[in-house]
Design a protein around this ligand. Sequence first.
Ligand SMILES: [Zn+2]
Length: 534
Amino acid sequence: MLARVLKRVSQARLIDETIVATTGDVSDDAIKQYCQERGVACYRGSLYDVLDRFYQAAKLTEADVIVRITADCPMIDPAEIDRVIQAFLDNEADFAANRLPPPFKRTTPIGMDTEVCSMAALERAWREADQPYQREHVMPYLYEKEGRFKVVLVDHQPDMGHLRFTVDTPQDLQLANEVYAAFGGRDDFNLQELLEQNEKHPKWQEEVAEIKHKNLYDTDQRAQEQADSEHSQPNNPTRKETGQALCPLCGSSKMRLFEKTESFGFPVDYFLCQNCGFVFQDARQSQAADPDFYLETYRKLYQANEEPTSKDLYQQNQRALNQADWLKKNGYQHFDRILDIGASSGLLLDTFRREFQAEVLGVEPGNAYRALAEQKDIAMFSSIEQLLESDPEGFNLVTLMHVLEHFENPIQVLLQIRKRLLVSEGLLLIEVPNFYAHDSYELAHLSCFSEHTLKEMLRQAGFKVVLLRKHGLPRSKTLNLYLTVLAKASDEPVIQTVQPEHNVPLKRKAGMLKRKLLTKLNPEQTWLPLEGKK
Ligand SMILES: [Zn+2]
C-alpha cells in the first residue's frame, strides 16, 4: 500500500521531493526498512504527536510548501494532488485542501485527500497548537478558526463526497483489492477511470457503506495519557517526552542498554543501537540535553567554576596549533571565513585567524567563555540560531572541536551547517573522542563515535570525508584518543541507508584493555602532562 501511494505521489507534477513520516515504534521498523531499500527518505518521530512528527519531517526537506498525503490512500489520483497544490499557489494561501471536516461539506471522494500548507504556517501550528486532536490530526490548527490563516477549500464537481476509496478497515482493503483486480493490476488508473469502474461495480460502495469515517475529535487515548504524564514533570516542561528513544544515527528504536555509569553525580545510561551499532544516551533522559544546561551549569560542573582553568587553556591552545599544523601539512594555507561552533574562549579562532589570515566568528553558549572570546575581538554568538538570525555570509570552514558529541540531534546540526552556514563545497573540521580509545562516558557526551559511525553520520548529512586521522595529541603519543575529520559539503541526497558497525562491544573492550596496558607499560608517552612547563 505504501509503495502504491509513493508511486502515485511521485507522478504528481508539482511535487519535487517525498519523505515518509513514520514513528519510532518497533512496529514501524518495517517501514523504515522498506524506505531504506527503496531509497525513499524516511523520518521517524513521535507516535502520538503527529503534528510534531510531520513538522520535523517537513523541516528536513527544507521545502517552502508542504503537501500532506496519508498512506491509507492507495488509489489517490496524482492529478487531484496537483489540482489542490495549484489552487494553493494561485490563491497565495496558507493552507489548501480538497476536503475539510464538518460543518464543511465533503465533495471529494474519500481517499483523494490532499492538504497543502506553507512551511511558515506549519511552523506556527507546531508552535501554538496545544489540543490533543490538533496534534494528532496535524492540520486542524490551520483551518478550524476563521481568519487565523488564508484557507482555500477545493471542491469537487460534481459532488462525490459519499464515495469511499481509502483503507482503514478490512472491508476497505477488500474493496481496494477488487479495484486493483478490476484494472488487471494496472497501477496508473486515474480518478475518472476509477469512477467509471465504480459505476460498473455497484457492490463496491455497498461493502464499505457502513463505515463511519473517523471523527476529527476522536484522538488516540494513548496520546492523552502521554500528555497528562508530561504535565506531571514540572522540572522540564519544555522538552517533549513522547514516543520512544531513537538512535540518533539511523533512527531505529531497537536498542539495548550498553553501559550504566554515573557522571558528576547523575546516572548516565548508554544504549547500543541494535540496527547500526551506534552508542548513545537517550537524550530525553539526559540532563545534558536541556538547552539551559550549557549556559552555566556545564562549565561549572566540569571546571568547578565558570572561568576556564590554566590547564584548560593550555590544552585548547595546543589543540589549536596541532590542528592548524595538520591542515597546513595537507595543503590548506588560507581560508576567507571561519566559524567555530562551541568556540569556548576563542583560542582556536585566535590561532586560525593568524595562521590562515581568516575572518573568524564563533558560537559559544557559555557566558563566561563567550566574554573571553569577545575580549580577543572575535564576533561571538550564543547559539547557531542567533548567528543565523544575523544572516551571515557563507563560511569556507566550519569547525566543531569536541562539540558534535554534545548535540541531541547531531545529524540535524550537520545538515544545518551544510545547508545554511557553509559556502558550496565548504569544509568542515570535526574532532570527537574516539570510543575505542577514549573513556568517552561523560554526562554531556550524548553520542560516542567510532571512525565508522562518525563517517556514516557525516554521509547522512551530505558530507564527504576528505581527510581522517586518529591521534592522541595533545594528551597522548600512544593512544588514538581522538578522531579528526576534514569533510567537504556535497550535494548528494541526504538520507541513505546506514551501514552498520559490527562487534562494537568487543572493539570497545579491546580498546579499553589497550589503554590500560599502555598506561601501565609506558606511562610517560601515554599520558603527556596536562600543562606545559612554566
Ligand atoms: Zn542506529
